[in-house]
Design a protein around this ligand. Structure first.
Ligand code: NAD
Ligand code: MG
Length: 380
């Protein structure tokens, strides 16, 4: 029996991961989340982990009271989350925290020598070089949960090293595909939260509407698969059936297809290399009928272009882009800025971030902080 810990267990990925872990008869050693203690309590009672961590310290105290009739330990704050990340019983840890808030956990999981099932793309985006180097040094595997990266990883199984020509990273195009800049001026928060194909957390749903999500995924893929942004072609594929593909040296293109359901990539990551029974609906290609492809509009959806530029430049550019985006999306969710303010603010932070050759994790957090400050100073 495999033992797993799940960080961000109350979120969209986290809740589906618990479902998949249950179906796969896995034991859950620890769970962690930000604030939703009602759901954490229910999860704790159902899965009986040894440890539950709550980032919010006041809420952790409340959860401790609620669980006082059990032997489950409750820990608080970042320290508590890191204890969940490194719980000795788990062989594999799924990091499904949203945002750069997941970076310290990513590093801690690797340092603890555990297999990392990674949904938290922001840790690779902001500190990919450091994360990949640490994983290599420790001999730790990073198994992608993001559906595109899972598709690329699956398509590369059995492919000899050195045979990858390029990556075809598919994108649904989001709710605003085909819109002009003038039309984007008028879109609302409610419009942006209506993703055509996927049901996900709020932050990534807004990122899908700006195409920032695809940009973050270019940076993520470049690190995970050791390629440059120039070897990644973003393809708009409205049906979200081909989750991504690889083109090999000889011209063969290998893809992974499936329904738009995160339970499949989650299951593949946490049970790799095994193939367990289908956790979701099966794909019927005849029902879908046709698959379409188009180039993305990087002029209208500037966030994608900025991420590609940040990936090429390296250094802390991607950390600045990510930090500014997190701050801007938070303001957009509070209806304090308009949709097109997101790319405007991200560009400001991108341009303000100086080029650097080498950096530490603390430099990443500094760049993140500086980018957020630029957003807060310039949003009005
Ligand atoms: P979500 O908002 O639904 O859930 C986020 C989780 O993180 C919650 O459990 C929250 O409590 C927890 N959290 C937030 N801050 C925390 C902190 N400081 N410490 C501990 N826990 C904290 O988000 P989501 O949609 O599940 O996305 C999670 C990650 O997975 C993101 O990085 C996202 O880009 C990635 N991802 C999600 C999907 C999807 O379908 N939802 C697909 C691909 C990738
Ligand atoms: Mg994705």
């Amino acid at each position: 029996m495999k033992t797993i810990s799940i960080l961000g267990s109350t979120g969209s990925i986290g809740t589906q991961a618990l479902e998949v872990a249950k179906a796969g008869n896995m034991r859950v050693a620890a769970i962690a989340a930000g604030r939703n203690i009602d759901l954490l309590e229910a999860q704790a009672r159902e899965f009986c982990p040894d440890l539950v961590a709550v980032f919010d310290t006041a809420l952790a105290e409340k959860l401790k009271d609620k669980l006082s009739d059990t032997s489950i330990r409750v820990l608080a704050g970042e320290e508590g989350v890191l204890a969940a990340a490194t719980h000795p019983d788990a062989q594999i840890v799924l990091n499904a925290i949203v945002g750069i808030a997941g970076l310290r956990s990513t590093m801690a999981i690797i340092e603890a020598g555990k297999t990392l099932a990674l949904a938290n793309k922001e840790s690779l985006v902001t500190a990919g070089e450091l994360v990949m180097a640490a994983a290599k040094k420790k001999g730790v595997s990073i198994l992608p949960v993001d559906s595109e990266h899972s598709a690329i990883f699956q398509s590369l199984q059995g492919v000899p090293e050195g045979s990858l020509q390029k990556i075809l990273l598919t994108a649904s195009g989001g709710p605003f595909f085909g819109k002009t800049r003038a039309e984007l001026e008028k879109v609302t928060l409610e419009d942006a939260l209506k993703h055509p194909n996927w049901s996900m957390g709020q932050k990534i749903t807004i990122d899908s509407a700006t195409l920032m999500n695809k940009g973050l995924e270019v940076i993520e893929a470049a690190h995970l698969f050791s390629v440059s942004a120039d070897d990644i072609e973003v393809l708009v594929h409205r049906q979200s059936i081909i989750h991504s593909a690889v083109e090999l040296r000889d011209g063969a293109v290998i893809a992974q297809l499936g329904t738009a359901d995160m339970r499949l990539p989650i299951q593949y990551a946490i049970t790799y290399p095994e193939r367990l029974p289908c956790p979701c609906g099966r794909l019927s290609l005849a029902e879908i009928g046709s698959l379409t492809f188009a180039h993305p509009d990087t002029e209208t959806f500037e966030c994608l272009a900025l991420c590609i530029e940040a990936s090429r430049k390296g250094g802390l550019k991607a950390a600045a882009v990510n930090g500014a985006n997190e701050a801007a999306v938070a303001l957009f969710l509070e209806k304090k800025i308009k949709f097109l303010d997101i790319p405007r603010l991200v560009r400001l932070a991108y341009e303000a971030q100086p080029d650097v050759d080498s950096f530490t994790i603390e430099d990443v957090f500094e760049a993140d902080k500086a980018a957020r400050e630029i957003v807060l100073k310039n949003y009005k």
